[in-house]
Design a protein around this ligand. Structure first.
Ligand SMILES: NC(=O)c1ccc[n+]([C@@H]2O[C@H](COP(=O)([O-])OP(=O)(O)OC[C@H]3O[C@@H](n4cnc5c(N)ncnc54)[C@H](O)[C@@H]3O)[C@@H](O)[C@H]2O)c1
Length: 300
């Protein structure tokens, strides 16, 4: 049976990656310290090991025998990364290096798939944004995700580790709203709107609501991880988005009901819009879940 380790597998996206791999018949171990994750999210057929990716002595034995490593563990929050850049650097950058060191020399490893972020494009100079667009980080979080990606590519080449980096755009879907982690990157706006709508409370729009987001469903992202692991060439970097944008005002219309405006936040981009032609051409991946279907999935 194919075996995989998913770091951050008790989190929002990681738990969907775990479920997807279990559905493929894979034997999955989750490595997560439950900083923002929840053990109850881990698929019952997967094994949860509570450990921090920053703990080198724990990571070696946990990752050394894996055939596939999906590295999603991170502190994925833009605003808190301004408040504690050092603490976030330790997890997002040093934790990634620890994971790479842990698989160094492994003869079993077939692929190390990193969860990177479209945050590295900042306010992009090219829309839709391709992987070759200018890097322009607006927050410690964005810079750390980009640094983690570059470490992955550089150490991957030096240590002969087959690595792939996936730059997720704004991921949403069931479980994106986590009461433990309510400011989770930008993606939580879909989950927050859903929660507010259920509670009969006004939808909070940051700024004037004209900012556009490329929302990609978490099940599409889970499938992209699987395809990257099984099909991508080592050293590849791919955008993972829907290729379509929705403004926050439009999103509020989808949900309906009253809205209230709150001040815009530092470090957040005006537009995220993925050009996904590279992953579509090279791996045959394309987004399959529309926003309308995705919003329905939130209630499942
Ligand atoms: N949500 C998005 O829209 C989005 C967009 C781009 C990239 N990403 C990336 O995707 C990944 C998953 O994000 P998410 O939205 O599911 O966040 P999440 O907070 O739900 O999941 C992160 C998981 O990592 C775990 N974790 C944190 N620190 C850890 C540590 N030191 N050791 C072990 N585990 C630790 C948490 O407990 C949690 O389960 C992150 O790498 C994030 O940067 C997310």
């Amino acid at each position: 049976m194919t075996n995989a380790v998913v770091t951050g597998g008790a989190g929002f996206i990681g738990s969907h990656v775990v479920a997807y791999l279990v559905d493929q018949g894979w034997d999955v171990t989750v490595v997560d310290n439950l900083a923002t994750g929840d053990a109850a999210r881990v698929h019952p057929k997967a094994t949860l090991t509570q450990a921090s990716i920053t703990d080198a002595s724990a990571m070696g034995p946990l990752l050394q025998n894996a055939e596939y490593v999906f590295h999603l563990a991170a502190l994925p929050r833009i605003q808190p990364s301004f408040d504690d850049p050092v603490g976030h650097e330790e997890v997002n950058v040093v934790g990634t290096i620890r994971c790479l060191e842990a698989v160094k020399g492994s003869s079993r490893l077939k692929k190390f798939v990193l969860a990177s972020s479209s945050a590295c494009y900042g306010n992009p100079d090219e829309v839709p944004t391709s992987e070759s667009a200018t890097i322009s980080c607006l927050s410690p979080y964005a810079l750390q995700k980009y640094a983690a990606e570059q470490y992955t590519l550089i150490l991957g080449e030096r240590f002969d580790i087959p690595v792939v980096s996936l730059r997720y755009f704004n991921v949403y879907g069931p479980g994106s709203f986590n009461p433990k982690n309510p400011f989770n990157a930008y993606s939580s706006v879909v989950g927050v709107f859903h929660e507010k709508m259920k509670a009969g409370r006004p939808l909070t729009i940051t700024g004037d609501g004209s900012q556009e987001r490329d929302f990609v469903h978490v099940d599409d992202v889970a499938r992209a991880n699987y395809m990257a692991a099984t099909k991508a060439a080592a050293g590849s970097v791919y955008n993972v988005g829907s290729g379509i944008t929705v403004s926050i005002n439009e999103l509020a219309h989808y949900f309906g009901g009253p809205v209230e405006h709150i001040p815009e936040r530092q470090g957040e981009a005006l537009v995220t819009h993925a050009n996904v032609s590279k992953i579509t051409t090279e791996l045959g991946w394309k987004p399959e879940i529309s926003m309308a279907e995705g919003i329905v999935s939130l209630s499942n």
